[in-house]
Design a protein around this ligand. Structure first.
Ligand code: NDP
Length: 334
């Protein structure tokens, strides 16, 4: 079965490609340059790719579906994830929203064999604005939607990113309702994704979420402790979630919240010192070890998605150990 993976060069997509090949799928990726496509082809000789330089263009994916009528599943991961730039609307909101619309409309118009579309959404599309993860009585579920307005989001990069995921996901559900396509949809809400990057990047181009782990790893006194609370999940679990959602009819036309736990810099540093003490020798900025208590923060309940995923989520210890090893390897290669 042929799977179209948009944004195949990305951090999360790197693990999706790997797991798709391990499961025997054929993979067609969209990337923004030949160099990124060729890198993946070298790793996986069966990998095919098409160039889609900008997902903001409304017809961005038309030619891809026209050229590949055998596409059965679509995993739409492409979307800008950064907090840089001068124009959040142009650089974050529009590409995210138009990218989702263009993938769906192209599949609807030309994807004669498309059965299922899985869209990488985010906890950003659920979190209540203004953000506060320090309320121990709040329980997040798939029912929650970020209530930020488009106008509020246009003024700030962080708000712009959070809203880009919110409005892009809304666009998907609106499309389903308005167009009644013959395929089904699942949107995956993931919080901060950590894990070893296996796409072709150097530390200079490290994806946004792993920069937090890099910050803990390269802490030479400046790391903010205890730091802000966040929800996290391992990239390998995120990849597996996408692939399960692709074929598990129980998740058809549903949101699927995939999250492991809550953490902050203190917990991540404590964990790093435990699992890889050799990386933190001589460190004096250690905060108050052992002071993190999940009871002080928001809770989440993803039992509805877990019914179908049946995923044994990786522990923070596994995630931090594997990520730290890989980041050290990348540092050595620079
Ligand atoms: P990456 O930045 O590594 O991947 C993003 C991908 O989207 C890249 O392949 C990138 O291409 C592509 N892309 C971005 N903008 C455009 C554009 N305008 N036109 C075409 N392609 C574009 O990030 P992640 O792997 O972390 O993110 C993947 C998805 O997961 C995104 O939808 C993101 O919002 C979502 N997500 C990620 C989380 C995380 O913590 N990592 C948390 C929640 C959701 P290129 O490589 O050429 O830049």
């Amino acid at each position: 079965d042929l799977v179209l993976l948009t944004g195949a060069s990305g951090f999360i997509a790197g693990h999706i490609v790997k797991q798709l090949f391990e499961k025997g799928y054929k993979v067609l990726g969209t990337v923004r340059s030949d160099a990124k496509g060729e890198f993946l082809k070298k790793q996986y000789p069966g990998f095919e790719y098409e160039i889609v330089t900008d997902i903001s263009t409304p017809s961005a994916f038309d030619a891809v579906f026209q050229a590949h009528p055998d596409i059965k599943y679509v995993l739409h991961t492409a979307s800008p994830f950064h907090f840089q730039g001068n124009d959040p609307e142009k650089e974050l909101l529009i590409p995210a929203i138009n990218g989702t619309k263009s993938a769906l409309s192209a599949a609807h118009k030309y994807g004669v064999n498309v059965k299922k579309i899985v869209i990488t959404s985010s906890f950003a599309a659920m979190v209540q604005y203004p953000f506060n993860l320090s309320d121990p009585n709040f329980v997040y579920t798939e029912e929650h939607w970020n209530n930020i307005t488009y106008e509020e989001a246009k003024t700030d990069n962080v708000l712009g990113y959070f809203a880009s995921k919110t409005f892009a996901e809304r666009a998907a559900w609106d499309f389903l309702e308005a167009e009644k396509p013959k395929f089904t949809i699942t949107t995956i809400q993931v919080p901060y994704v950590f894990g070893p990057p296996i796409n072709d990047i150097g530390l200079k181009n490290l994806n946004t979420s792993n920069q937090l782990i890099q910050g803990v790893l390269s802490n030479s006194g400046e790391l903010e402790l205890p730091g802000e609370p966040l929800l996290y999940v391992d990239v390998r679990d995120v990849a597996a979630t996408h692939i399960t959602a692709m074929t598990n009819a129980g998740l058809d036309n549903k949101r699927c919240f995939s999250s492991t736990g809550v953490a902050n810099n203190q917990l991540m540093l404590d964990t790093l010192r435990k699992v890889r003490p050799q990386y933190t020798e001589g460190l004096t900025n250690v905060g108050v070890p052992g002071s993190f208590d999940a009871a002080n923060y928001v809770k989440f309940d993803n039992s509805e998605s877990q019914k179908y995923l049946q995923l044994k989520y990786k522990t923070l210890e596994e995630t931090i150990a594997d990520t730290a090893d890989r980041l050290k390897e990348l540092a050595k290669a620079e």
